[in-house]
Design a protein around this ligand. Structure first.
Ligand code: SIN
Ligand code: CO
Length: 383
């Protein structure tokens, strides 16, 4: 695969993914950045778009962070060099950026975080740091000099006086300058520092795994939202005890049994995980249609040969539960059985849905209703 420097996706996953950095020259030959610096600045002025400006020396203070949205005037007040504008979730707002994700489908949808863009004039950087994510740093415009290498963690020394986690005594091991179309893959925990050599745009294709805390709190919250969670623990077998202060081991055994029974339910775990990993990051991303379409109208558009695609911000995943298949779209869950089950993998395979196969499913009234519902909820649209 050209994008992986001649490695197959299997070889990349085996030898580099979560293991070591990889520099790929011309991963995207002839790459042209789909956004301009002005467009990024425009997005950073919009409510609902997450953006930040990092200034290396802000009136004598090191590595200062400013959160958007910004007023257009803000960009006129910035120093000539040594600052960076970051725009998060660019794939949600720019379809051509979202299309880049098609090249990364060898990594499961649930691992995807988003594509962040950075713009920097010469000298701009966000400082030496490490991330908790896997990231593919695609050089989109201009040149950036990356120094990277060495494992870092929370014990690594940090610069004082900045809200950012900037590494203080870190040298890195390797230095490369990336030109448009070049890409650097970094696993979590590897120190890196990318400095703009000219007017520079870098796209960070980020893959984030949930933390153990996310899993524990998320799953237990999910269990608690079920109606039986409100039930009180009962003890009709209570007997008189010598000391009323004693908490008998039988009580602890009962609690232990309840916790085990709840936590052992893998079906619930799968249902929670699918919903959790496909939930939109903000309410602005998946917006329901103002006037919902009727299934008949939706079917007409399908039969007219129109191409249906995922909303740029939507997340699709599915899990095979044996008897049924759970489809997850933007934090919602749909259970499909029998002949309907293959609809889930079909919808999840690619952001442009295979319309020939889809039309067969849409002949079923219930499935047409489901598809129309996905459309009305804003998760898919006709291109
Ligand atoms: C950047 O694009 O300037 C920063 C991206 C990163 O280091 O994660
Ligand atoms: Co980083």
């Amino acid at each position: 695969m050209e994008m992986l420097g001649g490695l197959s996706p299997n070889e990349f996953l085996r030898d580099y993914w979560q293991k070591k950095p990889l520099v790929i020259r011309q991963a995207f030959p002839g790459f042209e950045c789909p956004v301009t610096a002005d467009e990024l600045a425009g997005l950073a002025c919009e409510e609902g778009v997450e953006s930040r400006i990092v200034i290396e020396n802000d009136n004598g203070k090191p590595w200062q962070l400013h959160n958007g949205p910004f007023s257009a005037d803000r960009f006129g007040e910035l120093p000539e060099k040594d600052w960076t504008l970051l725009v998060q979730g660019l794939d949600h707002w720019v379809p051509e950026i979202s299309d880049i994700l098609e090249h990364f489908r060898f990594i499961p949808n649930w691992r995807l975080d988003d594509i962040m863009a950075s713009y920097a004039p010469v000298g701009g950087s966000v400082g030496p740091h490490y991330d908790q994510y896997d990231v593919f740093l695609l050089q989109a415009q201009g040149h950036r000099c990356w120094t990277f290498g060495g494992h870092c963690d929370h014990t690594s020394p940090r610069v004082e006086g900045t809200p950012l986690r900037i590494l203080s005594s870190w040298d890195g091991e390797e230095t490369v300058t990336l030109a448009p179309g070049d890409m650097l893959y970094l696993p979590p925990g590897i120190g890196h520092h990318g400095v703009a050599e000219d007017d520079c745009i870098t796209l960070s294709v980020g893959f984030r795994a949930p933390t153990i805390e996310d899993v524990l709190t998320g799953f237990t919250d999910f269990l608690c939202s079920k109606s039986q969670a409100a039930q009180h623990i009962n003890d009709p077998e209570l007997t008189v005890q010598d000391n009323p202060g004693t908490i008998k081991s039988g009580v602890i055994d009962k609690l232990d049994r309840i916790i085990r029974e709840e936590l052992e339910d893998k079906r619930n775990l799968a249902l929670w995980f699918g919903q959790f990993t496909t939930s939109p990051k903000s309410m602005d991303i998946v917006v329901p249609a103002e006037e919902p379409a009727k299934p008949e109208d939706f079917a007409e558009a399908l039969n007219a040969g129109e191409q249906l695609r995922w909303n740029e911000g939507s997340r699709f995943a599915y899990h095979d539960l044996g008897e049924e298949t759970a489809l997850f779209v933007d934090g919602e869950q749909y259970l499909l059985r029998g002949d309907a089950s293959p609809l889930a993998p079909l919808l999840c395979a690619s952001s442009r849905i295979d319309m020939g196969a889809l039309r067969t499913f849409a002949e079923d009234e219930a499935l047409l209703g489901l598809l129309c519902n996905l459309y009305n909820q804003g998760s898919v649209y006709f291109e």
